[in-house]
Design a protein around this ligand. Structure first.
Ligand SMILES: Cc1cc2nc3c(=O)[nH]c(=O)nc-3n(C[C@H](O)[C@H](O)[C@H](O)COP(=O)(O)OP(=O)(O)OC[C@H]3O[C@@H](n4cnc5c(N)ncnc54)[C@H](O)[C@@H]3O)c2cc1C
Length: 377
């Protein structure tokens, strides 16, 4: 993929307009109703965002990693539940199909994922297999006629209630394989999960597989290569998230600045009190650092120069910084920040997930420390 500066400038302008005119005005309603309004989903679809990480030949935006990171820095300023609805179509599920899918699988699924017609979900975690994903127990056995029989369960599948396709990791003997499982497959039960802390508008579901019969061509890639295929797309997912979280930190700093300028105590605006100014300064600095890190490492990935632990380091820094920024910006809002109805209260709840999702901070630290030991040992 080659960078196209003119097209990118137009894309960024359109994204800014989408954020300001469509996404921000609908945020509070989305949080209240736990639904993304249909008109907003239509605008997201029109902007091509379901295909944000999918190549052009399959109907996606065909972006370089740097272009994708720039776009996420802009789109990250809106509530992150929107992103969960569109970008996960391009995330784990699409990256496995791109990396290991047959031509027939790619042609069947990727164009309709890029257009948003089919919602795809990535299914790895289980009740007993979270950070230690390789210990998963779901199992697929040959059915003796060229197909497979899938048994087991999955927990907290993002977009599960809406999904038309589940890319499922299951054990085939000792190793783990990936399977494309369409919704409606007999024996597949989708159980929507209620009661998340934040990201309202994005839904999760648990899955149960009771002897789900799959044809031979449901297997994605060679048997036993599922986890390897999932890991192949992980750098991209981590850099995407790092840019998203940097954008969200910048948004929260803007919220803090607005409040600190408007609210007066002891006869002057809050930002004229040095301790409040320090919270703004530390947060703006950390947001900027996360922004620069995401962009620089996205560029390095495009050049094929990304070192093994760098994407994990970007995700770790951006999500941990976001946590600190969210906490300080809520503090600047005082009681107002704690009460339902303020943007900062919503975003604070949303922000908390990113230190857990797609590998917890502790898991990123394991990856980064291994790389640091290898690179510098
Ligand atoms: C809203 C939501 C959406 C999700 N969507 C998806 C999805 O679409 N697909 C999917 O497959 N999964 C999904 N997940 C699951 C998510 O990926 C896991 O929650 C995550 O990987 C952490 O696993 P866990 O929750 O089981 O925590 P655990 O693995 O039980 O970890 C608990 C704590 O122990 C720490 N810990 C664990 N092992 C170590 C270690 N070796 N060293 C140090 N600390 C350690 C962790 O960092 C964490 O702090 C989702 C989760 C949520 C909450």
């Amino acid at each position: 993929m080659i960078r196209d500066p003119a097209a990118q400038e137009a894309r960024l302008l359109a994204a800014k307009r989408l954020v300001e005119e469509v996404l921000l005005p609908a945020e509070a309603e989305m949080d209240r109703t736990d639904e993304v309004p249909a008109s907003v989903l239509a605008a997201i679809r029109e902007a091509g965002l379901f295909g944000i990480s999918i190549p052009e030949r399959f109907g996606g935006l065909g972006l370089t990693m740097e272009e994708e990171a720039e776009l996420m820095l802009v789109l990250g300023r809106a509530a992150p539940a929107y992103r969960s609805r569109y970008a996960l179509n391009s995330g784990g599920a699409a990256q496995i199909l791109l990396h290991a899918g047959s031509e027939a699988q790619q042609a069947r699924w990727l164009p309709s994922m890029a257009s948003g017609e089919v919602v795809a979900a990535f299914c790895l975690s289980e009740q007993e297999a979270g950070s230690d994903a390789a210990s998963l127990r779901s199992e697929a056995q040959p059915d003796g006629a060229g197909g497979w029989v899938l048994r087991g369960s999955k927990r907290w599948v993002t977009n599960g209630p809406e999904a038309g396709l589940f890319v499922v990791m299951a054990r085939t003997g000792e190793a783990i394989s990936a399977f494309a499982v369409p919704v409606g497959s007999p024996g597949l039960t989708v159980l929507p999960t209620q009661g998340k802390m934040g990201l309202r508008g994005m839904h999760v579901a648990d899955l149960r597989f009771d002897d789900v019969r799959l044809p031979g061509d449901a297997l994605v890639g060679a048997p036993g290569t599922g986890l390897k295929s999932a890991l192949a797309g992980l750098d991209k997912v981590r850099l995407h998230l790092a840019a998203l979280c940097a954008g969200l930190s910048e948004r929260m700093v803007s919220e803090g600045v607005r409040h600190a300028a408007r609210r007066r105590q002891f006869g002057r605006p809050l930002h004229e009190h040095q301790m409040v100014a320090a919270m703004l300064a530390d947060s703006a600095t950390e947001a900027l650092a996360a922004h620069c890190m995401a962009l620089e490492l996205a560029r390095k990935r495009d050049e094929g120069k990304l070192a093994p632990g760098e994407a994990a380091a970007a995700k770790l820094f951006a999500t941990e910084a976001l946590g600190r920024v969210a906490d300080r910006m809520l503090q600047i809002h005082g009681g107002e920040g704690y009460m339902e109805g303020s943007a900062i209260e919503r975003l604070y709840r949303d922000a908390r997930l990113f230190r857990i999702l797609d590998g917890t901070s502790e898991v990123q630290r394991i990856v980064v420390s291994r790389w640091a030991m290898q690179a510098r040992g």
